[in-house]
Design a protein around this ligand. Structure first.
Ligand code: PHE
Length: 356
């Protein structure tokens, strides 16, 4: 091995031994630096003849190129290794499931509420909305509740520490029935002229009232099937020729659609409400599902009492019809098979997300 080959192979092993770019630059200096081995050999050529310079110079150049290419290769190898190390350190596990945003959904009561509005809407009913803090007139008196009626007792009703113009305390409405009075009164005012005008050719000139009023209601009551705040929807249909038959068809159709049960049957059970006469509870029976065959009470109803019709500003001799009131929470419990009302109001996502 001549001196040049020795230099090349010792450069190669010095480069290979360098494990960092800094070490490699130091090793480079030993061969290609100002006083590096190859540089020294070049300097030594000064003493040679022209002919010798040619061959020696060429040989040194070949050796220099070999050293330089060994250097470049090692530089690349170190850079590759560095990149590799970095990639490994910052590695992403693409098989990990991504973090998702929680997806919201409607509350089961809101779902049932929407469904009720939709079904009654399809049967030509308006939807009305009214105050949850009511005065005595709308919640009781106008609805033909005698002053000593037990529904007024402190046990059932939440009272507000403030009196109305009559000196009666405001209360949180105990049912949605005050909406019968509010809606019908506004309706009667709006159509006062038409109501007084004689009917043309004996035909009805009364623009019918057909409305539901869903909303929050309050009673002092709390257990697995009662909550101090609950939801009802009131129905009212008044006209010159509206009967119990219409109530039965309307409510039965509603129940069949709401519960998606065409074989569902319904019955009226005689009952009492001060604001309807006659009055009836509405019971339904499913034709399928775990509750099939049992009578379930779902609403109170009746023909609107003449006194109530008069309190609406309408003539009970001309205007007749029915009202009903039903619990939205109860319907939601039956539809979704929920057995404890309190689940609706605890806000537990594990429960609520099942309705998404
Ligand atoms: N308001 C009654 C209740 O809350 C229900 C009802 C409404 C009954 C309309 C008859 C007519 O129990």
């Amino acid at each position: 091995m001549n001196d040049l080959d020795t230099i090349i192979s010792s450069a190669q092993s010095a480069f290979a031994a360098a494990s960092t770019p800094a070490e490699l630059e130091n090793a480079k200096a030993q061969f290609l630096g100002k006083s590096g081995q190859l540089t020294e050999l070049m300097k030594g050529m000064a003493a040679l003849s022209v002919e010798e310079k040619k061959t020696r110079g060429a040989a040194i150049n070949v050796a220099k190129q070999a050293v330089e290419s060994a250097l470049t290769a090692r530089r690349q190898a170190l850079a590759d290794a560095e990149l590799d190390k970095q990639l490994k350190a910052e590695a992403l596990d693409v098989s990990l499931p991504g973090r998702q945003r929680g997806q919201g959904g409607l509350h089961p009561i809101a779902l049932a509420w929407d469904r009720i509005e939709q079904i009654f809407g399809s049967m030509g009913f308006d939807v009305a909305d009214g105050p949850e803090i009511e005065n005595d007139w709308f919640n009781f008196t106008a609805l033909n509740n005698p002053p000593n009626h037990p529904a007024r007792s402190m046990q059932d009703t939440f009272y507000v520490d403030m009196n109305d113009e009559e000196g009666q305390p405001y209360c949180l409405r105990t049912h949605t029935s005050p909406m019968q009075i509010r809606f019908a009164t506004a309706h009667a005012k709006k159509y006062a002229n038409r109501l007084q005008a004689p009917a043309e050719g004996g035909r009805s000139s009364f623009p019918e009232i057909r409305v539901i009023a869903p909303g929050r209601t309050y009673r002092v009551d709390s257990d697995a099937t009662h909550s101090p705040m609950f939801h009802q929807f009131e129905g009212l249909w008044l006209g010159e020729n509206v009967s119990f038959k219409d109530l039965k068809v309307t409510f039965l159709n509603f129940c069949k659609t709401f519960f998606e049960d065409d074989g569902l049957v319904m019955r009226f059970r005689p009952s009492y409400f001060p604001f309807t006469e006659p009055s009836a509870e509405i019971d339904i029976q499913f034709s399928k599902g775990p509750l099939a065959g049992r009578w379930l009470e779902v609403a109170g109803s009746g023909q609107v009492h003449p006194t109530v019709v008069r309190n609406m500003g309408l003539d009970p001799e001309k205007i007749i019809g029915f009202a009903f009131g039903s619990g939205i929470d109860r319907l939601a419990m039956l539809r979704y098979g929920v057995n404890d009302l309190r689940l609706f109001f605890e806000g537990d996502v594990r429960f609520l997300s099942q309705f998404r």
